[in-house]
Ligand binder design. Structure first.
Ligand SMILES: Nc1ncnc2c1ncn2[C@@H]1O[C@H](COP(=O)(O)OP(=O)(O)O)[C@@H](O)[C@H]1O
Ligand SMILES: [Mg+2]
Length: 294
């Protein structure tokens, strides 16, 4: 049925290990003993230094890689039993997906996978392409017949994301979606995540070095460190876990760290509001109160 969504797509990750090239001199243990849950509708941000295992984890979640040990359950079922259907439930947008743009027109690019794997009538495909384009903030009316190669880098990336959204995945995974994009495209991505959260209640897993713009919409953050889970919780909880470690704290969004550090010094700023104007107003109000009392 069109638009049908499973009521509970909770993802459970149990004791996950992943080893590349096991038993060879090129062996790399990319993930070690990772366990956590992602309730459906969660916006999860993943942080970690380069080579900490972020992309490997995403590829396991969408079935591109099979765990060396442990398992991933989706709606209570081991994802190994989902076969090819899994990839359409879990839409993964790779790092720099614009490198995979290859169709002649923007419309054909966005509808490519949908056409390949479904026998939906053209009218439904057109509607899906329009909805997906709206979600990412692309004006499909003017862009439909353009060659993807004539688009800006930001438009190309949004086209690639729309192509994944057109399949109406249960879970959307974005690997470093903001890298190399200007502020306008980043704003479109922030709007997309917000729509996913408020209208669709869709699970989104987002890897980004630049988590600040998404922080108000992120429910949980997971921090990977050399393949191990270093912290998992709300942004405030994660700051409490690793915010005092001089190296690990560099991974955290600056506004969350600033709030954490202010609180540590006894300044009563609210923990869960990551808006700079709100923080500024709170600090001014506190200073004014201080001045009146002296
Ligand atoms: N195809 C591969 N073959 C061998 N090692 C790999 C491969 N892909 C990634 N690795 C290694 O696995 C580790 C984790 O990589 P990756 O998951 O890409 O990290 P991240 O996305 O956090 O930068 C790194 O040490 C990386 O070199
Ligand atoms: Mg990566």
């Amino acid at each position: 049925m069109e638009g049908k969504r499973q009521p509970d797509m909770e993802i459970v990750i149990e004791d996950l290990d992943y080893v590349y090239n096991p038993g060879t001199p090129l062996e790399v243990q990319a993930l070690r003993n990772i366990s956590f849950d992602i309730p459906s509708g969660t916006i999860l941000g993943i942080l970690g230094a380069a080579a900490s295992g972020k992309t490997t984890l995403l590829k396991i979640l969408n079935g591109l890689l099979t765990p060396t040990a442990g398992r991933v359950l989706m709606a209570g079922r081991d994802i190994r039993t989902f076969k090819a259907g899994l990839r359409r439930k879990v839409g993964l947008v790779f790092q720099q997906p614009e490198r995979q743009v290859f169709e002649k027109t923007v419309f054909r690019d966005i509808s490519f996978v949908l056409k390949l794997f479904s026998d939906l009538p053209d009218a439904i495909i057109q509607e899906r392409v329009r909805q997906a384009s709206d979600l990412v903030g692309l004006d499909i009316e003017t862009l439909a017949e353009r060659s993807p190669w004539t688009l800006s880098k930001g438009e190309m990336r949004l086209t690639a994301i729309a192509g994944v959204l057109a399949n109406q995945p249960e879970v959307l995974i974005l690997d470093e979606p903001t890298v190399g994009l200007g502020p306008e495209s980043v704003t479109k991505l922030v709007t997309l995540i917000r729509r996913m959260k408020t209208h669709k209640r869709q699970t989104v897993i987002l890897v980004s070095h630049n988590m600040d713009p998404f922080l108000s919409d992120v429910d949980k953050i997971l921090v990977l460190h050399q393949g191990c889970l270093a912290a998992h919780g709300t942004p405030a909880e994660v700051c409490n876990i690793i915010g005092n470690d001089p190296n690990m704290r560099l991974l955290l969004p600056e506004i969350a760290l600033l709030i954490h550090d202010l609180q540590k010094q006894g300044i009563p700023v609210p923990a869960d509001n990551y808006s700079i104007p709100v923080l500024a107003r709170t600090l001014v109000a506190l200073m004014n109160r201080e001045n009146r009392n002296t």
